[in-house]
Structures are given as C-alpha cells and as structure tokens.
Design a protein around this ligand. Structure first.
Ligand code: G6P
Length: 610
C-alpha cells in the first residue's frame, strides 16, 4: 500500500528518499514520485514503473535538493497513471507550484471539498482525493505552513498520513497523521518523516511514532508536535534497530521463498524465552481478564483471518470456550450482539490493517473492553490499542503473500489456547507440558517438511498449466486449505477455492473433471476415513488428487492420485506443518508461470485503507 518518505537536511536527500521508497516497495504500489525544492522552485518526477525507473529519471533530470518528499502510490481514487501519482502540486500565483504534498489513506469528503475549491478557481489535474488537500492547503496558506496544515486537517474527513512542503519555506516539511501510520526519524541537524520506520533504516534509528491527531513541524534542528487537542506534546523516542538484514535475499530467488525457509527460525524465535505456559505471556492483566471472559471474538483480514479460523478449533476443543471468528471489514459494519464478557482478539501481521483496527474500535464502542492482539509489529497501532498482546517474532515480512507471519501467528494462538485452558482449569499439567514439548520440536519438524521442496516442485510444474484448483481439508485443516487456495490465487493467479471436504458433494463436485487438480490435506486424524470417501468422490469423476498424507494414513500413489508423505504426524499442531507444503506449491507454481511473486498485481502488503 502507499508509502511516504520526507526529509529536511543540509545535504542532497534524493538518495535517502529513493532508498526509503525502495524499502517500502514490498508493500505493493503501482506508481511513485518524488518532489524536491531546487533553486527556489518545486520540481517533481513521477513514474508508473518501479522505483528503479524513478531513480533513473531522477538521475536523468539531474535532481538534487535538501528538502523533499517521496511516495509510492497504490491506486484507490483514480487509475494508476502518472497524473494521479503523488506528489501533488498546488499554486495559483503565476501558475508556479507552491505546495507539494503526498498522502496515504482516503479523504471521504473529497467531493465536497473539490466543489468548493473549483468554485474558488482551482483546476484539478488528477482524479485523486489527494489533490484536494494540496489545493486546500494552498488556499489556506498564510505564510506559516505548520499553522496552515493544522487548519486544513480540521476540514478533512477520513484517514490520512500527510507530508507537505512549501516553496516559500524551504527548510521545513510538515506532516499529519489520522488513521494511517506516520513516524518521525531524528537526525543530526536533519529530520525525516516516513510511513514506516523501515523506510529510514540506515538513515536514522531514532524514531518517534506519531499518534492519531498529531500534526508535526520538521525543521533542520527542531521537531515540534501538536496533538489532537492542539496542545504541544512530547512523544517518546524509540531506538529502532534497522532491519537491514531483511532486505538481503541471500541465496533465495524471492523474498517469499526466503521467508518460507525462515520459518524454523521465526517459530523458534517466537517461542524463545517461553519456559512455561502462563497468562503473563499476554500481559500483566491477562489472568484477571481470562478469568472474567466467557466467549472469544476473533477479528482479522486475509491470511490472519485464516489463522483465527484455525484457532477456533483449538480453543473450543482444548480450552472449551466458544469462539466466533469474523472478517474485520464485515464485523465493523454489522449489527451484532455485543457480549461484554468477550475477549476480543485481533490478529494482524502489520498491526496497521485499517479494517482490523476499525473493527477493534467498533467492538470497544459496543462495550467490549477486554482486548488482545497477536501481532508481528511491537510498535504498531494495534498493539497500542489493545490491553493485552503477544508479539510474534517472524521478523520483517517483505513478500506480499504472508508466510512466516501466518505460522508464527498460529504459534501465538496455540499458546493463547493453552493459557486460557490453564486459567479455566481445563488442562492438566502433564498435557500442558506435552504440548509445550511439541511446540519446541516445531522448528525441527518444519525443517523436515521444507526438505520436501523437490517433490513439490515437480507438482508445481503440472499445476502451472492449470487455470483452476480445488483445496480440501476437514476440521482444523479446513482453514489451512483456505490459506493454501489463497496463496495459490494471489501469487500464481490460478483460480483456487477451498472447501471442507464434506461439502464437496453440495456443489463444487460439479466442477470436477480430469482438468481439475484437487489438493487434499490428509493427516491421519479421526476424520481420515471420511476424507478418503470424499477423495473417492473426486476420483470417480476423473479429478486428479494431490494429497499431503501422513505415513500411516495408508493413502498410496495410484492412477490420478499423487501422494506426498509428511515426515511426521503432529496431532493438534498439524495445521502448522501442513501450511508449509502449500506455501511451497504456490510459490513454485508462480515461479513456473513467471509472475511477480513478491509483488503480485493489484495487491498490497499493509492495507491501510478501508
Ligand atoms: C493484505 C496482505 C495479506 C494479509 C492481510 C492482512 O491483504 O496482502 O498477506 O494477510 O493484508 O494483513 P495483516 O497485516 O492485518 O495481517
């Protein structure tokens, strides 16, 4: 999704802006641009290609400057075209641009503001909601950009992170945050703004996380923040260790492949320092809150939603607490029946997903105060907004398609299951110790599954020529089938759907012909005989089965039935292991088809708009 970098310094900042955009590329974008103050004028370059292309244009134009802003855009209002790319300019006097602005988020009252500004004589060159803000600021400009921005944001409805500078105040960049993340990076006689601290890695590690309602004035040796009440405020400075290592591909072809293979490490790190199961893993008040609740409501989007669906099976069967799992964008607008004794659990890799944050706020507004998040980013809004949290230690995930974040979320959710079961008195000490032992063995077990890569590559070759695929699972492996289908469609663009295997005969069986590959997750659990019958239903219609089976499940290779054996049967944690081969299958199918694996078309990593 959109990314922002801004800087005010006494040296040429173009390399910092370009490097920052490159670090934000993984979030997904379809155009990019940079604006600089050069010899008393505002200049910009924009491109609908990659940041590398923009960098070449900057070199070609011989751009350099000490104040500027840059942006990667993921289109919402207006097509991905150069005239819609940010930065947007405004300036009516002599036609020369005076204001340059970049924006993440969506301005909901843009139509009304556009009409007003048109009536004042402003001409619009884009279809964006963003250009409206540039003209509004230009219209209100009184010689002090910081004051003007404070006035302008009062007119804005919706979500935004903004960075703005003005031709008439060349040593100043101002910004504002409401609903979309924005951070300040502190330097020595230079200061920076970005939508993510990662963008500034290598430039500064001194980071301030702005809060909703903050408006910020950035000058060479001064950073001034006004909060939502218009009062000056000091915000904590965090030392954020640069995630430079994450940007290194090492021996891998893509970040997604690297991240799939990092899972033993990511799961191991997530379990590090956990000597025993205790509610304290989730925060100081966890015991009290877990005691009080009688129900769980899980809210999430995308892959994180499927982690939530898996957790429902675990929590209900081990902790015996009823669980509802809802897609955040649905829940936030649904007329639901609140239960103040619910534990509201949000799951989010980024901790920034707009719909999940809004769903959390909605739940709170209905009187549900017990909130917990499973999140991969300690400094995110989600962690700040929830009373309790568990931080997964997947490390920065760059591939748009989530892999290591998902498996570490599952680890966090399994720990939550055990802690809840403990507080509710529904698990024996022996059983708890047994589960903990299995969790500790997970990194080794995942490594053994990763070793199946060559066999999976052979399957991927056959998949690559297909346009459709079905995924089947039963019980707690049904959400894993959903995740497998999502992975395949998002990176290889093969249309894939997942069903609980028992549902096949109620519709999807009509799609099964010899051209339909059917991926089946077949662990040797209590549902295996039922699943075998479902597989026969597929074979009888000529469908080709690709089965991930346990050694002892007696499913063998035969005509139309391809079997890969999982190294070990893993009981309740089996969904985590079965995720891995599905990631590899999608990854290699996408490689054969030659798609842009790490940045699939139309998708973004952190979806910070509704
Ligand atoms: C986007 C990403 C997905 C992710 C989803 C939820 O759609 O492409 O990979 O699962 O957002 O993101 P979150 O950061 O809240 O887990």
């Amino acid at each position: 999704m959109c990314g922002i970098v801004g800087a005010v310094a006494q040296r040429d900042i173009t390399p910092i802006l370009v490097e920052g955009l490159k670090r934000l590329e993984y979030r997904g974008y379809d155009s990019c641009g940079v604006a600089l103050y050069i010899n008393g004028q505002l200049k910009r370059t924009r491109s609908t290609q990659r940041v590398a292309e923009l960098e070449a244009l900057i070199k070609e134009d011989n751009f350099s400057g000490f104040t500027g802003i840059a942006h990667t855009r993921w289109a919402t209002h207006g097509a991905p075209a150069t005239h819609n790319a940010h930065p947007h300019f405004s300036g009516q006097d002599k036609g020369e641009p005076r204001i340059a602005l970049v924006h993440n988020g969506i301005i909901e009252n843009h139509d009304e503001l556009r009409d007003e500004l048109k009536a004042l004589g402003y001409a619009f060159e884009s279809q964006t909601d963003t250009e409206v803000i540039a003209h509004l600021i230009n219209h209100l400009y009184n010689g002090d950009l910081f004051e003007t921005l404070q006035q302008a944001v009062r007119r804005l409805e919706g979500a935004y992170a903004l960075a703005v500078f003005c031709r008439d105040e060349p040593h100043r960049v101002v910004g504002a945050r409401q609903g979309s993340p924005l951070v300040v990076g502190l330097g020595n006689n230079e200061n920076f703004l970005a939508s993510d601290a990662l963008a500034l890695a290598g430039t500064t590690d001194q980071i301030i996380y702005l809060e909703d309602g903050d408006v910020i004035d950035l000058q060479l040796s001064k950073v001034w923040i006004i909060d939502s009440h218009g009062k000056p405020v000091e915000r904590r400075v965090h030392t954020v260790h640069a995630h430079t290592a994450a940007a290194d591909l090492g021996p891998y072809r893509h970040y997604m492949q690297k991240e799939i293979f990092e899972q033993p490490r990511a799961v191991g790190d997530t379990l590090q320092d956990i000597d025993n199961i205790t509610p304290d893993l989730f925060g100081d008040d966890a015991y009290k809150i877990f005691k009080d609740i009688d129900n769980i409501l899980i809210l999430a989007c995308g892959t994180s939603f499927y982690a939530g669906l898996t957790a429902k099976y675990w929590i209900e069967s081990i902790a015996r607490i009823p669980v509802n799992v809802e897609i955040a964008s649905e829940y936030r607008y649904r007329d639901s029946v609140p239960n103040p004794k619910s534990l509201v659990v949000t799951i989010s890799q980024s901790g920034e997903t707009a719909d999940t944050l809004a769903a959390l706020k909605h739940a709170r507004s209905l009187g549900m105060e017990h909130t917990l998040t499973i999140c991969n980013v300690q400094t995110s809004a989600m962690v700040r907004e929830c009373k309790l949290n568990f931080i997964t230690r997947a490390g920065v995930e760059i591939g748009v398609a989530s892999t290591k974040a998902f498996t570490t979320q599952l680890v966090g959710l399994f720990l939550l299951t055990l802690a809840l079961a403990q507080v509710k008195g529904r698990i024996s000490e022996e059983k708890e110790a047994d589960y903990l032992k299995q969790l500790r063995h997970l990194p080794t077990a995942i490594s053994a599954v990763l070793a199946l890569e060559p066999q999976i590559m052979a399957w991927a070759d056959r998949f690559a020529s297909k346009e459709n695929a079905l995924f089947l699972g039963r019980g707690m492996h049904y959400p894993i089938a959903l995740e497998g289908a999502l992975k395949l469609k998002e990176i290889s663009y093969i249309h894939a759907e997942a069903y609980p295997a028992g549902e096949l005969k109620h519709g999807p069986l009509a799609l099964v012909t010899e051209h339909m590959p059917v991926v089946t997750i077949a662990p040797n659990d209590e549902l295996i005989e039922k699943l075998k019958s479902n597989m026969q239903e597929v074979r009888a219609r000529g469908g080709e089965l690709y089965v991930f089976a346990d050694n002892d499940s007696k499913i063998v290779n035969s005509e139309g039935m391809h079997v890969i054996r999982m190294p070990e049967h893993y009981g309740k944690l089996s969904p985590i292991l079965h995720t891995i081969p599905l990631q590899l299958l999608s990854y290699h199918a996408a490689c054969v088809r030659g798609t842009d694996v790490d940045k699939p078309r139309n998708l973004a990593k952190s979806v910070t708009v509704e």
